[in-house]
Write a protein that binds this ligand. Structure first.
Ligand code: PYC
Length: 314
């Protein structure tokens, strides 16, 4: 039996994050990318226990806190979900910062959190508002055309915002909650077609997130989105890495200036406020502001005779 797993649950604009604060394995002292590999190869039961039913759900993103390898960071974090591991997670970093504040480990102000793809600057404002400065983001391929059975050609952008995204304005249905099943099916079809047609991110990396963009509901927002996550769930938040990928595409198309604000609505109507700056290497550095709220503090129990002690596997 594992040691007791203590977790804090929060949601960022509706999207849940489960932070492991006690009971995680020792992953050694390598880089966060190395430790993510150790977690995946040697301790995947931890992920399935936390993320799969009956203790988890498809919408959950897990965050394992670990000691940072860079001493300037307040924490290191490895993200995962119902099917595997994430490079970065924007809503998740907001959730982690609010969780660290709830635990009394950080107070309002500027902090750094280490992830497998780099250091994220975090500004905590009060107990629920967080601005993150994400990793450099870029549009990798513009106007990529994917042939989809029943949908015809779908044109979109391939972009990196800490994860790989295919972003398209071609909507299979209006962006409403009632249409989530239709949007999910269409996005899954696109994801499958990208893989079978050999369309990838840099270095052949799989594009595992698909985003649709349409008109916003509120007058002061710029856009509404639907985001398919790797495990088939949709992001309830506007997706931090997805919004970063969007900013990179807008920047390269000359549709958003550095410092200009972009309000991204999610499919449930929650919002991130986003901007970017250009750094000294001419890279696009997105900033995303969102709100997270603590919603649970739990000890997960794993009884030895439980047939689903490590979750219900498909
Ligand atoms: O906010 O970056 C994000 C994210 C990725 C998957 C779910 N949320």
């Amino acid at each position: 039996m594992n040691p007791q797993l203590r977790v804090i649950d929060s949601h960022t604009c509706g999207e849940p994050t489960r932070v492991v604060i006690e009971g995680g394995p020792d992953l050694g002292t390598g880089s966060l990318a190395d430790r993510k590999k150790v977690l995946a190869e040697e301790f995947d039961d931890l992920r399935t226990t936390l993320m799969l039913e009956p203790r988890g759900s498809d919408a959950l993103v897990g965050a394992l806190l670990c000691p940072p390898s860079d001493a300037s960071c307040v924490a290191g974090v490895i993200f995962f979900n119902n099917v595997g591991y994430l490079n970065m997670c924007g809503h998740g970093i907001v959730g982690v910062a609010v969780t660290l504040a709830y635990l009394g480990q950080i107070s309002s102000g500027q902090h750094k959190i280490e992830t497998p793809v780099g250091i994220i600057e975090v500004q905590l404002r009060g107990k629920n508002e967080v601005q993150i400065e994400n990793v450099a983001s870029f549009c990798y391929q513009r106007d990529v055309c994917v042939e989809i059975d029943g949908q015809g050609p779908v044109v979109g952008q391939v972009a990196w915002g800490g994860n790989w995204f295919f972003l398209s304005d071609k909507l299979p249905a209006p962006l409403t909650l009632e249409n989530v099943p239709v949007l999910t099916a269409a996005a899954l079809q696109i994801k499958g077609a990208l893989a079978s047609q050999g369309i990838t991110g840099a270095n052949g990396e799989m594009i595992d997130h698909v985003e649709f963009f349409g008109p916003p509901r509120s007058v002061d927002a710029n856009s509404r989105n639907f985001v398919l996550c790797p495990g088939g769930a949709y992001d309830r938040s506007p997706c931090g890495t997805g919004t970063s990928a969007k900013l990179a595409c807008l920047a390269v198309a000359g549709q958003l200036e550095p410092g200009e604000t972009w309000i991204q609505e999610s499919i449930i109507g929650s919002r991130f406020s986003a901007q970017y700056r250009i750094d000294e290497s001419r890279q696009i550095i997105p900033s995303i502001t969102g709100h997270a709220y603590i919603c649970g503090e739990t000890t997960l129990i794993q009884q030895t005779d439980d047939p689903f002690v490590n979750g219900i596997h498909a």
